[in-house]
Each structure stands twice: as structure tokens, then as C-alpha cells.
Design a protein around this ligand. Structure first.
Ligand code: ATP
Length: 303
């Protein structure tokens, strides 16, 4: 495995005075492997955009090390020529129409596929002759998605540019990304709140909460890392008394506990105790991990 991105002790704070400082990213350390689709997940203001800006050389780190393709990305054309960063807040020159965006893209992206871009324009029904500032929010998102896909950049970041898209167009984006990725593997980072929607695309997951990376795990490993144990309150409490519980809910005499790291023997013990087991989706897992206790369920941190 080759790491395309390597980060160690990375912090970014905004503002000068200690009291008014915003710690957007704190002591992050992780690696992103080549040719995988990574999810960068986290709540509003968690630090996702800041992290991507740091990795693409658009922000300076306050401290720490960043290596992208083995080099510092800041003002480094050798690195940035291989990177595409699609974000919703992208600005275009005032007189730019969609066709101008598509015509200038090959200058930035060596692997730009014009035929693929044209095909995507049709699929997403984008009016190529229209001025960028006259596009609807969804059409603007679609242009970002088209550029991100047709760039075929070896390292592509999508910072929630698809939020303006309707459900049909989002599905189209996910399906197109997956199909194109199979033919043209590259390293992709998707930042999103819509975790269930992208869950099946993701091979690796980073969860950031209040600037700290709290989960850095293989998506399959993560999906199997916790299970909901449901049944009579007393039985659930007895079963979970010495286990790591991420989250509890209850209604009347019934209770449910999200238990981390339950192996086969543990699952059998739960069933023998008359409890039911239910799978926990990636989205539920992230929500339960980022509210209340910040624990990494794959690492077995005690509650
Ligand atoms: N230029 C800036 N100056 C001061 N604070 C900033 C700046 N940019 C971001 N922040 C703060 O840093 C924190 C992280 O912001 P960031 O945009 O990285 O979060 P995010 O996870 O992308 O959020 P969202 O999902 O809402 O887009 C927030 O508290 C934000 O207010």
C-alpha cells in the first residue's frame, strides 16, 4: 500500500489571541492510501474543510507535517497538478459560462477527459451556454461534480459540492463515481453529512470532531465494530454492565444499547440472554460516537 497523503501532529488555529483562537484542526495524524475512496465525516464546524484546505495547500498549518505524494503541497506545482479540490464555494470569473469552465479545465488537469465531461453534462442536464452566476444551486453543484469526475485527478477532494443536487442527481453522482473509479482508480476524499447515502462507496473512514480525528478506520471494520442490543431494560443493563457502550436509549421497560467490539461469543451470549441484535449503520455509528463520549469503537476505548 502506498500512502498518497501523510499527516503528523497537524494543527490549524485561526485568530491571534489565545482566548479568541479557533482550534479548527488539532494534532491530526493519519495516512490516506492510494486508490481508495475515503469518507471525511463530521458535524458542522468539525474541521473538514480546513483539513482539506491544508492538504491542498490553500491554508498554512499552524504546526505539524503534511506530505502529499511525498512532498509539502504548499505552492508546489508538482503536487497540486495532481490534485483536484471541488468545493461548493468555488468562485468563477463574472462572465464565465459553463462551457468556459469546461474549456479551461484541461489546463489544470492533465488527465481531463473531454468526452466524459460532455457525457456528464448530458446526464446532469447542465445548460452549457448559461452564465455560471445564473445557474441554480443544483446546476452549480453539478458543474463541480462534473469537473471533479472528468478531471480524473490522482487525488480528488469533494467537499460536499453535491449538497445542492436533488436525490436523483446525487444517486447519479455516486453511481458514476463508483463506475468510473473501477475503470480509473484514484484516491478520492468525500466530505459529507449524508453518511448513509455514501456509506457503500467508502472504503476508509475518517471522522473529525471538534478538530480532532476520532475515528480512522477501514469502513468494513467500522461497520462490524458495533451492534445494537435490544430487549427488556434489566436484561440489557445486565448484559452491558462490563461492556463498552457507545450509546443507550430506552422506552418504558425496553432498552437498546450500542455495544462496541462484540465478538461471536458475545453475540451468542446476548441471544442466550433473550436479547435481539441489530446492525448499526455507519451513520448511526458516527452520530453515536460524536454525541457524548468521543470514542473510537474500533480501538476498544473504555466508555
Ligand atoms: N477563516 C477562518 N477564520 C476563523 N475561523 C474559521 C475560519 N475558517 C473556519 N473557521 C472555524 O474553524 C472551524 C472548522 O471549520 P470548517 O469549515 O473546517 O468545518 P467543516 O467541518 O467544514 O464544517 P461544515 O460541515 O459546517 O462545512 C469552525 O469552528 C469554523 O468556524
Amino acid at each position: 500500500m502506498t500512502a498518497v497523503v501523510e499527516v503528523a501532529g497537524l494543527s490549524k488555529h485561526y485568530g491571534g489571541e489565545r482566548g479568541s483562537r479557533v482550534h479548527a484542526v488539532t494534532d491530526a495524524g493519519f495516512a490516506l492510501e492510494e486508490n481508495r475512496i475515503h469518507g471525511l465525516l463530521g458535524r458542522n464546524g468539525a474541521g473538514k474543510t480546513t483539513l482539506m484546505q491544508l492538504l491542498t495547500g490553500q491554508e498554512f498549518a499552524s504546526s505539524g507535517e503534511i506530505r502529499v505524494f511525498g512532498q509539502n503541497p504548499v505552492e508546489n506545482a508538482k503536487v497540486l497538478d495532481r490534485v483536484c479540490f471541488i468545493k461548493e464555494s468555488q468562485r468563477y470569473p463574472d462572465d464565465f459560462r459553463v462551457k468556459h469552465v469546461l474549456a479551461t479545465a484541461p489546463r489544470f488537469f492533465a488527465d481531463w477527459d473531454e468526452d466524459f465531461a460532455d457525457e456528464l453534462v448530458e446526464r446532469f442536464r447542465v445548460p452549457v451556454g448559461r452564465r455560471m452566476k445564473k445557474l441554480s444551486r443544483g446546476q452549480l453543484s453539478a458543474v463541480g461534480v462534473i469537473v471533479g469526475l472528468a478531471s480524473r485527478a490522482p487525488l480528488t477532494f469533494f467537499d460536499e459540492p453535491y449538497l445542492g443536487l436533488d436525490a436523483v442527481a446525487r444517486r447519479l453522482f455516486y453511481d458514476t463515481l463508483l463506475a468510473d473509479f473501477a475503470e480509473h482508480p484514484r484516491t478520492v476524499v468525500l466530505s459529507t453529512h449524508l453518511i448513509d447515502e455514501v456509506s457503500n462507496l467508502l472504503e476508509h473512514v475518517l471522522v473529525i470532531d471538534e478538530g480532532r480525528i476520532i475515528i480512522d478506520a477501514d469502513a468494513d471494520e467500522l461497520r462490524g465494530s458495533a451492534v445494537d442490543v435490544v430487549g427488556p431494560r434489566g436484561a440489557v443493563e445486565a448484559f452491558t454492565s462490563d461492556r463498552e457502550v457507545l450509546h443507550r436509549t430506552g422506552l418504558g421497560g425496553l432498552a437498546s444499547a450500542t455495544v462496541a467490539g462484540l465478538d461471536e461469543a458475545g453475540r451468542t451470549a446476548a441471544r442466550d440472554a433473550g436479547l435481539e441484535l441489530a446492525a448499526v449503520s455507519l451513520q448511526q455509528l458516527v452520530i453515536r460516537t460524536t454525541i457524548g463520549e468521543s470514542v473510537d469503537p474500533t480501538k476498544g476505548t473504555p466508555e
